[in-house]
Design a binder for this molecule. Sequence first.
Ligand SMILES: Cc1cc2nc3c(=O)[nH]c(=O)nc-3n(C[C@H](O)[C@H](O)[C@H](O)COP(=O)(O)OP(=O)(O)OC[C@H]3O[C@@H](n4cnc5c(N)ncnc54)[C@H](O)[C@@H]3O)c2cc1C
Length: 439
Amino acid sequence: MRSDAAPVHPVAIVGGGFSGVMTAVHLAAKGVPVALIDGTGRLGRGVAYSTREPVHLLNVVTAKMSAWPDKPDHFSQWCADDGLSFAERRAFGRYLGDQLAQADGVTPIEAMAVAAKRVGDGWLVTLSDGQQMEASALVLAQGNQPPTPFPGSAGLPEQLFINNPWSEAAHAAVERVAEEGSDVLILGTGLTMVDTVLSLAAAGHEGRITALSRRGLIPRPHVHPPRPPVPVSLDEVPHGNVIALWRWLRRRSAEVGFQAAVDALRPHTHAIWQQLGEREQRRFMRHARPWWDVHRHRIAPQVAEQLKDMIAAGQLEIVAGRVRRLEADSDQLRVAIARRDGREALREVGVAFNCTGPLGDLRRTADPLLRGLLEDGSVRTDAFAMGLDVDSRSRAGNGVWALGPLTKGRYWEIVAVPDIRHQAQAVAADIHEELVTHV
Ligand SMILES: Cc1cc2nc3c(=O)[nH]c(=O)nc-3n(C[C@H](O)[C@H](O)[C@H](O)COP(=O)(O)OP(=O)(O)OC[C@H]3O[C@@H](n4cnc5c(N)ncnc54)[C@H](O)[C@@H]3O)c2cc1C
């Protein structure tokens, strides 16, 4: 079944964030025309870099944020800085947009991809506006999936409980509570919590903010200026056993500081993750992940200072515990918190934000394209259902590639620019080779 009216693009890339843009740019440089599909108004920037707020900074210095693996200074030169600053994320969005604008042969398509069916050797992709297109190769660069509804939040008024902290509704809620001065609850204490606190502060919010997570761990700051790296070879790192790895990391942290110890693992994280095997990977996720996340995904020193000041002033409280009950009471939300220390705490807040992170189980995705591809067996989830099962070339199935956070199961550390830029280059090279071989 061919649709003769459907335009043909050699490659259809779904998702216009960093992963999709850089794959498109690499393909265009090889002379392969691409359709880049994103219907969320974020085409060319994606979720992380479409923020409009100057207070949202990169959590990596500019020297490490080049979009190009073989031009490490590209972004710091673009910013005209010494490479040591933490630039605004919206500036990185402009930089990414520049890379796209300079590429020849990328057709941006402002629509959602809602289905893709295998037709002959290629794909028939259906868009949310009803249009269809044919493509020889399909690339899934859809980033993280939005969070599922927080347990116990069903039925709460939408203006009181914000389930997606990246939505316009979240932005409106920040403005509203800043004006009202009401208290706020943030569920989760990671990087998304940090963003939300910064947005509230920038909007002039003066109420009290309670940020809650099971352990109450918050991201650690980068040291500034950064300490010199203390590299290790992969052979020096214990492999295949989380406890041995952990002991090694603690010893090493005591010797060189945790920043240097964690950063030294960076070139080896894919190999270390794969050597662990599924059983040890599960152990890591259960026991070590919270520690790893806050030490590995750090924040700019000035952001850490601001949080420290807010905590000292009593405006921000970080609580270890869990939600026992959530109830709406006219224009307030009443929250009962079971603290980790056994005490119960009650809060009345003007809004709660779910900052517990993206959807953890891809089988529960609401995205119609992914659902369809999973249901007809074109792709399958990885062993943890964190993302898609891909091979060493990031192929998720016949004629379909995936990259970025969708490939966490295979690579674990594949959520930030310094990792994804290599993957985007490799995926583009693999698709090019595949297309050339089959012409
Ligand atoms: C808030 C935040 C801050 C970060 N800060 C940094 C940082 O400082 N440094 C760093 O290295 N990394 C950072 N990261 C991590 C990293 O850079 C991003 O996660 C990375 O850019 C992922 O890009 P992506 O293109 O895979 O996903 P995304 O940026 O999420 O882009 C995916 C796009 O696909 C679209 N899409 C999804 N489904 C469909 C569909 N069916 N049809 C059409 N479009 C679809 C989405 O709407 C989205 O626009 C940050 C991440 C976040 C969330």
